[in-house]
Design a protein around this ligand. Sequence first.
Ligand code: ADP
Length: 512
Amino acid sequence: MERVNILLVDDRPEGVYTLEKVLACEEYNLVKASSGQEALKCLLDRDFALILLDVQMPIMDGFETATLIRARKRSSHVPIIFVTAISKDEQFVGKGYKSGAVDYLFKPINPEILKSKVSVFVDLYIKNKKIKEQELLIHKRELEEQKAKYIQARYEDLLRYESLANSIPHLVWRTNLDGEPEYFNHKWFEYTGLDFASSKKGFFSLIHEHDLPSVNEKWRKALANEGTDSFSYECRLRQAGTDKYKWFWNLVVAEKDKDQNKISWVGTSTDIDEMKAIERHKASFLSIASHELRTPLTAIKSSMELATMLIENENFDSNNLKEILSVGTESSDQVNELLDEFLDFSRVESGRLSIRPQKTNLSDIVKKSVESYTPRIRNLGKHRIESLISNDVYCNVDGPRIRQVVDNLISNAIKYSPVEGCIKVKLAMESDQIAISVADQGIGIEAANLDKIFHPFKRVNEDEHVKGLGIGLYISSWIVEEHKGCIEVHSAVGKGSEFIVKLPTSSEATQQ
Ligand code: ADP
């Protein structure tokens, strides 16, 4: 067991000796001081259970020493027993208590009284020490429990943070304040095809070389604390296992601790490839549209000029004039068709294209569409059109709009069949739906592009000679969907395509 320190203060060696002789035992460590100054020195770096202080000392007497002992924080609570031979006078005793004494011992010392008084204070000291140690232990345990709870809560937070990051359709990542990656969500690994180590190493090398300088500049500013707490940039990121890149919008936000100090950078990368493609297509839309309009307008102008020249000639042939004017009419029809397509597109975009269903003979609609294209096909000379149209299929639809859809499909079948082939148009009533199918033997469409062709401005055929605005199928699918139907497409590159418009047989629909 640790020995208890007791300070014995007396300028006379025989005084200290007497105390030492009575108190000497295993449990006590008796520390001797021959003056008030020496006593104060001893109290600087050690804890004492008790001080036995002689009152009569030169330079600094016991009262002064006791006052200074009380004034110091470390020793203020150490009990002091005055040892004195001089006076039992009450005033003297009062002065002693005022200066900090808790008891008195009078010389000559009675060994039994000395022992018992000292043991009372030592017991008290030991008990107090134990209580303090227990308090410390409890406090330590409480701190440990709090720490464990904090770690558990932080761990649960992290799990929640990760499951949130894994449940969103964006790439999510985090870097330290030096821009070194330290976390990626599942979508990141899925898109990049990299594992954690390669993602860490190749984080910036996934960025397209053309976008890298501007991205680096943004990061440089952020890491140098030049910017705000968030920044964003667009860049192309390489796709897993390919040399293909997709456009992403990246938002990087500083993560902060409770004292608002930055602790990391959290980034989300959102796929904007489709949007970028639409932007590009929109940009080329105007130039294509002007080009498309110019051809029929030039034809109209030429036929007007030719007609004028012809009329100026007194003996003009009216048949010739009719022919010239019919070219003009046809061209102005084309201009109208184009303008209708532009208008429909803007109406679909702004939600203003309305559908007015009424009982309609679909067979008539499909037949008329086929008939209108038959002379054109004949003129082209390389295609045949075959039709298999069930008679009098009635349905509750917007007739002119469905005609527009069939026209679009037949005109595409002709456009995208550069070599000769047969175009088959069918209308059939199936159990709970009506199917209008247009099949060609043309260039076909890659499987990966089948969904894309219904997006606005999406042209998957790179052949520049085939003119088109890339909005026909977008408008058609919108019209069919408004009728609660759908357009299916089956295609094989180099073999041809089949577009099937499926319309539900509404309660009013009948077959006669
Ligand atoms: P446009 O024909 O004016 O480009 P569409 O919206 O009608 O626009 O068609 C979108 C794209 O789908 C076309 O550019 C073409 O690449 C493809 N496509 C449509 N129909 C066919 C078809 N029958 N055969 C091959 N490709 C087709």
